[in-house]
Design a protein around this ligand. Structure first.
Ligand code: XMP
Length: 310
């Protein structure tokens, strides 16, 4: 990558040229990529930018508040759209991972079509990075934020898209975020996928299952924070297993704990974590979540596994 300062300057000039004096929307889910892209575009076009956070009901605990508060703190015009019902609706009856991913992608772009119309905007900014494009183009998985590169014209949804970070991998994005002076909670943020917890509920995604994986994720993240690993999370299985709670048989849920070390998410290693940590997590999850009877630890690297389960 070219020098980070130079990248920022050149990209700002390019953005100004494309946007001119028009208004533009930035799709901001709150991850390091979309927050950095939003901040960069705001620096380039100021109040002509509207950051849009979609509350799809699939975010981690406290995430919607965290994202919107930060954007507003930076002086960025921000809209939060409540689309929880619409997203849960599209997942009804869908159990196949790619089918779920494509349904999420379509709803995501349609909502931006609606907002763009309301705001009379013709351009949407996205924080897509190189790894997202590569995985989608190679057919590994349809990342939610890749369209043009697989031959789908965003004009079908009513706008064009700019992706200022599309030539960077995660470490490059972090450098840009640091250079822009973004707080550590953003620049060093653990990566979190656009389709959020929907990728961590195997089978049909429902509000009840999301609530379980959200709580389990909060426990895993808290108990593994000090490891400084790349991504740490919980996954809820579609299958059930037999367990015992209060002396009675419970045919309950299974949670997998995933902790990986990686540089750029293209490859990853399952982290060897202390048994006491695993035991504490399993203990907390099975105690704090009444329906969960079993916790597993994923020891698979990427490849052959991927980081997310779906
Ligand atoms: P996988 O599961 O493919 O994930 O090993 C690689 C990295 O990408 C994230 N990920 C996504 N990010 N939209 C995103 O914005 C997506 O659809 C998506 N799918 C996976 C994942 O969390 C990991 O950091």
């Amino acid at each position: 990558m070219v020098d980070t300062k130079e990248f920022i300057e050149t990209t700002m000039v390019e953005i100004k040229e494309i946007v001119g004096n028009d208004k533009v929307i930035s799709a901001c889910s709150g991850g390091v990529d979309s927050m950095t892209a939003t901040y960069l575009v705001h620096k380039a076009v100021g109040d002509n930018l509207i950051a849009v956070f979609i509350n799809d009901g699939l975010r981690r605990e406290g995430e919607p508040e965290f994202v919107v508060e930060n954007l507003r703190k930076w002086g960025i015009n921000t809209r939060s759209i409540d689309a929880k019902k619409e997203f849960f609706q599209i997942f009804k009856g869908k159990i196949d991972a790619e089918e779920k991913r494509k349904a999420f992608r379509d709803k995501f772009y349609k909502i931006f079509g609606k907002v763009a119309k309301e705001e009379n905007v013709k351009i949407i900014v996205q924080g897509t990075i190189k790894a997202d494009i590569l995985e989608t183009v190679q057919g590994i998985k349809s990342q939610h934020n890749v369209l043009e590169q697989i031959g789908i014209d965003p004009q079908t949804y009513g706008y064009s898209i700019i992706e200022p970070l599309k030539e960077l991998f995660k470490p490059g994005v972090r450098k840009v975020a640091r250079e822009l002076g973004l707080p550590k909670e953003i620049s060093e943020r653990m990566p979190f996928p656009g389709p959020a917890l929907s990728l961590r509920v195997l089978g049909e995604v429902t509000p009840e299952k999301i609530a379980i994986v959200r709580k389990a994720t909060q426990i895993v993240e808290k108990e593994t924070l000090s490891l400084g690993t790349f991504q740490n999370f919980a996954v809820l299985h579609n299958d059930k297993a037999t367990g015992i709670k209060n002396g009675k048989r419970v045919y309950g849920n299974i949670i997998t704990i995933r902790v990986v070390v990686s540089e750029d998410a293209v490859t990853a290693k399952a982290k060897e974590i202390p048994y006491e940590t695993l035991f504490k997590i399993a203990n907390r999850i099975t105690k704090e979540l009444p329906t969960v009877v079993r916790c597993l630890y994923d020891i698979t690297d990427k490849p052959p596994a991927t980081i997310e389960f779906e």
